[in-house]
Design a binder for this molecule. Structure first.
Ligand code: PEP
Ligand code: MG
Length: 414
């Protein structure tokens, strides 16, 4: 399985094959963003494949061939962004904002040229891992400045590439198993049986705000010193309203206060945030973004790192879809925008269509499916409008077929 310290090596790889992991595991997320073919959960790749062996990876079908095989279409073509410059303006206009999920600065600068409305999920973890030392260790050694300057510089590059489109920076969502491996990590990352439901997300900031505060400093530097105001903040894996309130308080104490051009939102990925969505709105979230990867895992009681649970990691499950619909409705009741940044609409155009029907405000998708999603959403919005128009016309017109329209005088409706 890969972990954040593998990212520099992953960037150089032609393909990635792992023993473990599911469709939203670390290897899957990173390779999708980098446009590298990837097969996860093979169970035995590291024993069957030998060093120096030439293989061909068909990531579309999940097959590894011995030797160099000509595939009918290069698997990488699906990725689409590796080295490609795409001219903005795919010809479709949508009311729903189409954002992109990003974890890497170089990828961000390339993707900024596309017809995309901003970054709906900027994952912090890979940039932070790029420092090569656990951030708590840096802070303990009095080297917080290095962290703040590195993060601020990365954010500056991304924000200026996308300016004035919004960048939603998602504060760190370290998982203990992934970050324990970073130099100095053992002291700060306890060994856990179930890291997916462990010491992660918002709870961390409440227990130990050190890293969160350094992230806030970096955000302030970008907004105040560099004058890039298109940078917002999103809190991951929130479990309770109290946790959110505590984070909001930390932000305010550090001088990062919500206003017209600084928005503070949360991810909706623990089922408690679906159930308590209205209370979160009342507690002052500016937006919610559905993390369908974690929401699926926790709604269906599965494990996204365990390939054996693929059956229960299907985001199209009616329980997951109903939860999403509920959150959107509850947010809208309070005038709060609700988007999605989990990979579900990136994988399933059917989900993207349903989300439009539910009235979602934004979809943040993988870089390789921006154009396809824009097109799917445009067509779904048209269908919704046509349906509404038909309903409206039906309501206002006469049923008897006399064709006299809304001011019917034939009394057929009486
Ligand atoms: C999610 O859970 O859907 C999400 C986008 O966050 P991550 O995949 O980083 O956990
Ligand atoms: Mg998540």
């Amino acid at each position: 399985m890969t972990s954040p310290d593998y990212v520099p090596a992953m960037k150089r790889a032609s393909a990635i094959v792992t023993d473990a992991g599911g469709m939203t595991c670390h290897a899957a997320i990173v390779s999708r963003e980098l446009g590298i073919p990837c097969i996860v959960g093979s169970k035995n790749a590291t024993t069957v494949l030998k060093d120096g062996q030439t293989v061909t990876v068909d990531s579309k079908r999940g097959v590894v061939y011995d030797g160099r095989i000509a595939l009918e279409a290069p698997a990488q073509a699906q990725g689409g962004i590796a080295g490609t410059v795409v001219v903005a303006g795919g010809g479709y206009t949508t009311g729903t904002k189409i954002y992109v999920n990003i974890a890497d600065v170089d990828v961000a600068e390339r993707v900024a040229q596309k017809d995309v409305d901003g970054i709906g999920l900027l994952r912090a973890e890979f940039m932070i891992a790029g420092l090569g030392v656990h951030p708590n260790k840096l802070a303990k050694d009095g080297r917080s400045r290095e962290f703040i300057d590195m993060l601020a510089e990365n954010l500056r590059r991304i924000c200026s590439a996308f300016d004035p489109r919004p960048i939603i920076y998602r504060a760190n969502d370290f998982k203990t198993n992934e970050y324990r491996g970073l130099p100095g990590g053992e002291e700060f990352e306890p060994k856990e049986e179930n890291p997916m439901i462990g010491y992660r997300g918002c709870f961390r900031y409440v227990m130990d705000p050190t890293v969160f505060k350094m992230e806030i400093e970096a955000i302030k530097k970008v907004r105040n010193e560099y004058g890039l105001k298109n940078l917002w903040l999103m809190i991951p894996f929130v479990r309770t309203v109290e946790e959110f309130e505590k984070c909001k308080q930390i932000c305010e104490e550090q001088g990062l206060v919500q206003n017209q051009d600084f928005k503070l939102g949360i991810m909706c990925e623990v089922p408690s945030t679906v159930i308590m969505a209205e209370e979160f709105c009342e507690a002052g979230v500016d937006f919610m973004s559905i993390g369908s990867n974690d929401l699926t895992q926790l709604t269906l009681g599965s494990d996204r790192d365990n390939g054996g649970f693929a059956k229960y990691m299907d985001e199209r499950d009616p329980a997951v879809m109903r939860s999403i619909k509920l959150v959107i409705e509850r947010c809208h009741k309070h005038g709060i925008p609700c988007g999605i940044c989990g990979q579900s609409p990136s994988v399933w155009p059917w989900v993207a269509e349903k989300l439009v029907e539910y009235g979602i405000d934004s979809m943040s998708v993988n870089p390789d499916v921006i154009e396809r999603t824009r097109k799917t959403v445009a067509s779904a919005e048209n269908k919704v409008m046509l349906r509404r128009l038909a309903e409206l016309t039906k309501k206002n017109s006469c049923d008897c077929g006399c064709g006299c329209g809304s001011d019917c005088k034939c009394n057929c409706r009486e």
